[in-house]
Each structure stands twice: as structure tokens, then as C-alpha cells.
Design a protein around this ligand. Structure first.
Ligand code: G6P
Length: 616
């Protein structure tokens, strides 16, 4: 949710911190702030609104008069409000009463009310309504009582309940950042530079400076100084941590010539899918190899997929792929539901988390729940080194590259490819009578990047549709079979970026309710490709037309029948049924994008949403 950046080194801290925040703004963006250490004082600048407001504030009133010091230290934060409204005084960083420490924080301090009461009873006055401020006061009091910065940080982190990621600075130690991670409230990545160090909640925030990254796990604290990082456990004992080299190119986190990140990411899908397939399929034999995921001796009894948002929709498609190709029963749960429903999971089962960020709190908690019940834990994940990847016993990387737009696009299609690969790998390892040939299924993937490229060609119909329908307040999306989850995903894309109310529905259920909504004002997007439920979809199209609804069909190239029945057709190339969702979703992403742009919406940063949801 919130974005965190820290810097210690010879360069101007404010500029590095602001640059990092700009790259993390997608995480949360109702307000932002920086704290910079200057001549033994901590200077804070904060502003509500977009980051540009903070940049303006820092430039018109620089925290340090001149960039003279050999060593500079600063932290910054973009906020997505949980406790306390969106105001300048609630924006981070927060200071201790004497201004000797500054703190940025992601997560929720669950016992903050009782900590606050105790501090107020000691005469501490609070400057904000946030839970974060208690951390600053506790830290400063411990230092004033004679503890070192490190001792005080460990002492304070022990007092906090809930999932929290915290970065702290202190005037007494101008060469040190201390970062702590408690639970799954968000990652802390430490970037190792030459004579300088970086801290970030998310790798893209510091990717332009270093690709050598160390990740904190639950309960770990990092003492970060130029030239060295010491990682400690809760008790202050040294922990050895691996250093990851992130293969992402820093340019991949730039918007380039595109107007929006979402647009760029839609158009990157052919490339992302090629990367996802690279080295995993032998296109001659059809053999699939997943290096980072060891298959068990016997097929899993059941696979429980847990995920949120768009990743949950990928899971629903994955159910079709895994059940049809590998003949293994699959259940799909929203992660936030799974953890509270006392699921029937055992040691013969697999719990599979799907998560682009690898940091979604509910997904991590659901995976933990599966592990606690003895299941084998797998993940499909995009962010390298993320908590989900580290938690899982085996994982498949999406290889989509950094996804910055809040509305997920390329990570969705990459996770569908991963699910298909997993289904092929399981089917090849554990052949089942009556199942389709899993080698032929894998060979079909060779054509996928080409089909996706065709879908990315210029098409004036999107603008025409946006022009005609941008003032509508409701859309209905219908799909059936493996394309039913794509109806859900198409509707989600539209509502999250354009604020048009959209409902995705299994087409066969339309007659049990949504049909009442259809009139001549209602655009109905029908995914009606030539698959095993094509005839059924066609009759649904008829039913919509009979009630004067407007049909926008997603159909297989060359289908003259649908062209006669629908008002508009978005064509997709003919492909094996289980691969069609990877194709049909792309015109729906493009449609949502064009409608949102036509409505003047902030496509990359839709209101109230955040890219990584690290709180419950
Ligand atoms: C948020 C994002 C969605 C994303 C969901 C799950 O809601 O806005 O785009 O699908 O979280 O995120 P994950 O990183 O776990 O896939």
C-alpha cells in the first residue's frame, strides 16, 4: 500500500528519495513526505495530493540549504491512509516530540490505542491521528533513556502488534537507517550500492541505482550503513541473508513513449509471454520443465488456489486448465475468505498462491494457513525475492517484468501461461486415462506470442466504442466455461479504471437475474469464441438482442454468424480452447483502457486503489 524509500550515502538524499517515491507512487498516493538529516537536525517536508505537490514543496523550500555533507541520510513515504484522514499532519514521516527521530511505516499497529494512551499519560503530545506516531515517540523515549539507536529500534519493534514495515532514522547516528519487518505488511528490500545503501518497500523504487538486493523476512531488522548491512532477528542475533541479483532492466520500470503504464503493459504482453515460456517448453517434444518447482512423488490429492483481485481470476481459469489437462481437482478461494473458513486441507494437498506482487497480505496469510495445515506450498509470483516466493516450497516466476499500472494486465496473462505450464507438467508427470495429450497441449504454446501480437495491432474500433459508450454507467460482461472468469476480469478492469459499474456473469446464469437489467441502453460484452460452449453463448447473444441490448462480442476470426448477430465484434485468432482466455482478455483490457481515457480518468492510479494491498 504505502511506499517507502530510504537512502544513506554521498549523494543528495532528498533527490534520491523523491526519485524513488516517484517510482513507487502506484503503491499509495493520497499524501507523501520526506525527512532529511541536515547538520544534526531532521527536516521534514510533507504534502497532500499527488507526489508532484511534495516535489514542489521540497524544491521551493529545500530541507538542506546546500548539498555540502559527505554523507547524507533521508527517508520518504507515499501514503494510502488507514488511520487518520488525508491531511498534511497525518502524512509520514512522523517525528518524536523532540525531533530526534523520524519514522515511515507501512501496515497497522494493532495495539496503537493502548500504546498511545500510555504515552499520553507520560505527557507526550501527539501531532497526528496516525498509529505510526507511537513508533516515533517510543523510539525517541528509548534513546533519551540511554539506549543506542539499534537497541531502541529492537525494543520498540518488540512492542508493536500486527503486521508492520518500519524505517527509522535518528540524529544521533547520521550514517544509519534501521528497517524492520513484522509479519506480512509489506516487503523491505535493501539495495546494496557502492558506498551507499537504499531501502525500499518495492524493488522498482531503487532499481535504477542497484540490482543487488537483500530482502527482510518476518521479524528481521536491518541496520543499514554505507558499505555494510547487518540483519538481526527480534532478539538482536545476527542473521545471514542471501543477496539477490534482480534481472529486471531499470528501463523496464520506465513509461517510455507510452501515455500510461497500463497501456505500456498491455502492449508488452507478447514479450512477457515469450519470456514466461523461455526455456520451459521444448516445442518439438512438448516436454515442460519447471526448474523452481519440484513435483511430488504422487499427484496432489487436490490443489487449493488462493489469490486476490485479478490474480484470483487467473486462478479460476487455472482450475479449468489443471482439471482438464492434469485431472486434479482444484478449488479456488479468495485468499481473504480461505483463511477464515476453516478449509479442509491436508498433507496430500497443494496450496497454490497466485500473486503479482508476492506481498498481498491476505494471500500470504492464506498460504501460511495452508502450510500450517501441512499442505505443500507453491506460488506463481512476479516480484523476484518477494515474500510469497520465499514462503513457497516451489514457485513459477511470471517473468512479466515490473508491473506499475494499478490495474494488472501483463501479470494476468503471464500467470495464465504459468498455470497452463503447471497443468502440462503435472499431466506429463502423472498421466491420467482419458486426459488430452499433455505434450501436444504444450506444443500449442509455440503460437501464443504470435497470436497475442495480432491482438495488439492498431484497431480504431476501440476508440469508436469509447466514443459511443463512455457516458454509460453500467456494463454487463458474459462468458461461459473457461471464458467465464474472463467476463469477471473484463468487468473488473472496466470498473477499477473507469469507475463505470460493470458486472461479470456466467452467461448461463443471466436468465436468473441480470436479464432484468437489459434494455437498449445496456452494453453487453459477450465472449463467444468458437469453443465447446459456443452454441450456448450464441443463444445468450440472441437473448440479449431480443431485449434490445447492445452486444459487443469477442469472437473467433472469420465467424460470420456472430458478425450478423452482434452490434460490434472484437476478433481473436482461433486457438485451442484452454488458451483462449489468454487471448480474449486482451481486447477487454484495451476496451477498459480506452473507455477510461475517454472519461478522463487517472488510468495508472485509480482512486482508492493500490497496487500491493499489504493490509487486511
Ligand atoms: C490489488 C491490485 C490488483 C491485484 C490485487 C492482487 O487489488 O490493484 O491489480 O490483482 O491487488 O495483487 P497480487 O499482487 O497479489 O497479485
Amino acid at each position: 500500500m504505502c511506499g517507502i524509500i530510504g537512502y544513506v550515502g554521498p549523494r543528495e538524499a532528498a533527490e534520491i528519495v523523491l526519485g524513488g517515491l516517484q517510482r513507487l507512487e502506484y503503491r499509495g498516493y493520497d499524501s507523501a513526505g520526506v525527512a532529511i538529516l541536515c547538520d544534526g537536525r531532521i527536516e521534514v517536508r510533507r504534502a497532500t495530493g499527488k507526489l508532484a505537490q511534495l516535489v514542489k514543496r521540497v524544491h521551493s523550500d529545500p530541507p538542506c540549504a546546500a548539498h555540502s555533507s559527505a554523507l547524507n541520510l533521508g527517508i520518504g513515504h507515499t501514503r494510502w491512509a488507514t488511520h487518520g484522514g488525508v491531511t498534511e499532519y497525518n502524512a509520514h514521516p512522523h517525528l518524536g516530540a523532540e525531533g530526534r527521530v523520524a519514522v515511515v511505516h507501512n501496515g497497522i499497529v494493532e495495539n496503537y490505542a493502548e500504546l498511545k494512551q500510555a504515552l499520553q499519560a507520560e505527557g507526550i503530545r501527539f501531532a497526528s491521528e496516525t498509529d505510526t506516531e507511537v513508533i516515533a515517540h517510543l523510539l525517541e523515549l528509548a534513546i533519551s533513556a540511554g539506549q543506542s539507536f539499534e537497541q531502541a529500534a529492537l525494543h520498540v519493534l518488540k512492542q508493536l502488534r500486527g503486521s508492520n514495515a518500519v524505517v527509522m532514522i535518528c540524529t544521533a547516528q547520521p550514517d544509519t537507517l534501521i528497517a524492520g519487518r513484522l509479519g506480512n505488511a509489506g516487503g523491505i528490500a535493501i539495495g546494496l550500492g557502492e558506498g551507499e545503501m537504499f531501502v525500499a518497500s518495492d524493488v522498482p523504487g531503487i532499481l535504477e541505482h542497484t540490482r543487488r538486493i537483500l530482502f527482510l523476512d518476518d521479524g528481521e531488522v536491518a541496520v543499514v550503513q554505507p558499505g555494510q548491512v547487518r540483519v538481526l532477528d527480534r532478539e538482536g542475533r545476527r542473521v545471514e541473508k542471501p543477496i539477490h541479483t534482480i534481472p529486471w532492466d531499470p528501463v523496464s520500470a520506465e513509461r517510455g513513449e507510452y501515455r500510461h503504464f497500463m497501456q505500456k503493459e498491455i502492449f508488452e504482453q507478447a514479450r512477457a509471454i515469450t519470456d514466461t515460456l523461455r526455456g520451459r517448453v521444448n516445442f518439438e517434444s512438448g516436454v515442460v520443465k519447471l526448474e523452481t518447482l519440484a513435483l511430488p512423488e504422487v499427484p496432489p490429492r487436490k490443489i487449493h488456489i488462493v489469490a486476490c483481485g485479478t490474480s484470483a481470476h487467473a486462478g479460476l481459469v487455472g482450475k479449468f486448465m489443471l482439471e482438464r489437462l492434469a485431472r486434479i481437482p482444484v478449488e479456488v478461494d479468495y485468499a481473504s475468505e480461505f483463511r477464515y473458513r476453516d478449509p479442509l486441507v491436508g498433507a496430500e494437498d497443494v496450496v497454490l498462491g497466485i500473486t503479482q506482487s508476492g506481498e498481498t497480505a491476505d494471500t500470504l496469510a492464506a498460504m501460511d494457513e495452508g502450510k500450517r495445515r501441512g499442505a505443500r506450498l507453491w506460488a506463481i509470483v512476479n516480484a523476484i525475492g518477494s515474500q510469497a516466493e520465499r514462503l513457497a516450497q516451489g514457485y513459477i516466476a511470471m517473468r512479466a517484468g515490473p508491473e506499475i499500472g494499478v490495474a494488472s494486465t501483463k501479470a494476468f496473462t503471464a500467470s495464465l501461461v504459468d498455470l497452463y505450464l503447471l497443468a502440462c507438467a503435472l499431466a506429463q508427470a502423472f498421466p491420467q486415462p482419458g486426459a488430452p495429450d499433455p505434450f501436444a497441449a504444450a506444443r500449442a504454446l509455440a503460437q501464443l506470442p504470435g497470436w497475442v501480437s495480432q491482438l495488439l495491432a492498431p484497431n480504431p474500433l476501440f476508440e469508436e466504442l469509447a466514443e459511443r459508450f463512455h457516458t454509460r454507467e453500467h456494463f454487463l460482461y458474459l462468458g461461459r466455461g473457461v471464458n467465464y472468469p474472463i467476463a469477471l476480469e473484463g468487468a473488473l478492469k472496466l470498473k477499477e479504471i473507469s469507475y463505470i459499474h460493470a458486472e461479470g456473469y456466467p452467461a448461463g446464469e443471466m436468465k436468473h437475474g441480470p436479464i432484468a437489467l437489459i434494455d437498449e441502453q445496456m452494453p453487453v460484452v459477450c465472449i463467444a469464441v468458437r469453443d465447446s460452449v459456443y452454441d450456448k453463448m450464441l443463444s445468450q447473444v440472441e437473448q440479449v438482442k431480443a431485449r434490445h441490448g447492445i452486444v459487443i462480442a469477442v469472437a473467433t476470426e472469420g465467424d460470420a454468424e456472430i458478425a450478423r448477430k452482434a452490434d460490434y465484434v472484437l476478433w481473436v485468432p482461433e486457438a485451442p480452447e484452454l488458451l483462449t482466455p489468454i487471448l480474449t482478455v486482451i481486447p477487454l483490457q484495451r476496451l477498459a483502457y480506452h473507455l477510461a481515457v475517454r472519461r478522463g480518468c487517472d488510468v495508472d492510479q485509480p482512486r482508492n486503489l493500490a497496487k500491493s494491498v499489504t493490509v487486511e
